[in-house]
Design a protein around this ligand. Sequence first.
Ligand SMILES: Nc1nc2c(ncn2[C@@H]2O[C@H](COP(=O)(O)OP(=O)(O)OP(=O)(O)O)[C@@H](O)[C@H]2O)c(=O)[nH]1
Length: 220
Amino acid sequence: APSNYTAILNTFTTYWTRDSLGSVSSLLTRHRTFKVLMIGDSGVGKTCLTHRLCAGEFPCRAEATIGVDFRERLVEIDGEKIRLQLWDTAGQERFRKSMVQHYYRNVHAIFFVYDVTSLTSFSGLNSWIEECRQNSLGQDIPKFLVGNKSDLRDPSRANQQVNQQTAMSFAKAHGMMCFETSAKISPNKLSKIPLLRVKHPSSLFDFHCNMLILARLTHV
Ligand SMILES: Nc1nc2c(ncn2[C@@H]2O[C@H](COP(=O)(O)OP(=O)(O)OP(=O)(O)O)[C@@H](O)[C@H]2O)c(=O)[nH]1
C-alpha cells in the first residue's frame, strides 16, 4: 500500500470532475455504485453534509430526516465514473424504527458524523459503533470519523468542544480515518487535522483513498 495519503490525494485530484447526476446520459449508463452510509446523532449535520457533497452547497433549511434520504453523485476517478450513493439516515431513534438493518446491507463505507461543538454527539458515537456491530458490519468496511461544524470552533470554549487529539485517538482505536470539516464554509477555508493511516485489505484500498479524496475535496 502507498505510504503517504497526501501523495495519493495529489495524484487523484487531477482526475476529479464534478458531474450533474441529473443528466440523461448519467441515468442511462450503468456505473459501479458505492453505497455510503452516514450515521450519527440527530443535528450533527448529516443532511447538510450530503447536500453539500451532492449539490455543492449548504442547504438554507434542513429538517430532521425521517427514515432515510438518498442522494447520489457521479464522480470520475481514474477514468471510471462511479455512482456514489449517500444514505443520509435519521439520527433520531423514533425516525429509524425497524428500517435499520436495511441501511447496513451491502454498505461500502460508513461516515460516523459528530458535531465538534457537541461533546454529547461525540460520546454518542459509541452507540453508533454498537449499532454497526449488531448489524454485523464487516471489519474491512472503510470507516470515516467526521467532525462537522468546524466553522463553529471557538478557542475560548475549547473545553466544551471535542478535542482534535481525542478524536484522533478515538479514530485510531476504531480503525477509522478521521478529519474535521464544515458543511457550511468554503473548502479552501477549512482547517484540516492530520490524516491517520489505518490498515485495509488491498481490495478496498483504492475505494478508501477515493472516498478520502472525495471527502477532502467536497467537505464531507
Ligand atoms: N454552523 C454550521 N451549522 C451546520 C453545519 N452542518 C449542519 N449545520 C446545522 O445543523 C443543523 C442540523 O443539520 P442536519 O443536517 O439537519 O442534521 P442531521 O444530522 O441530518 O439531523 P437528523 O436528520 O435529525 O439526523 C441545521 O440547523 C444545520 O443548518 C455546519 O457545518 N456548520
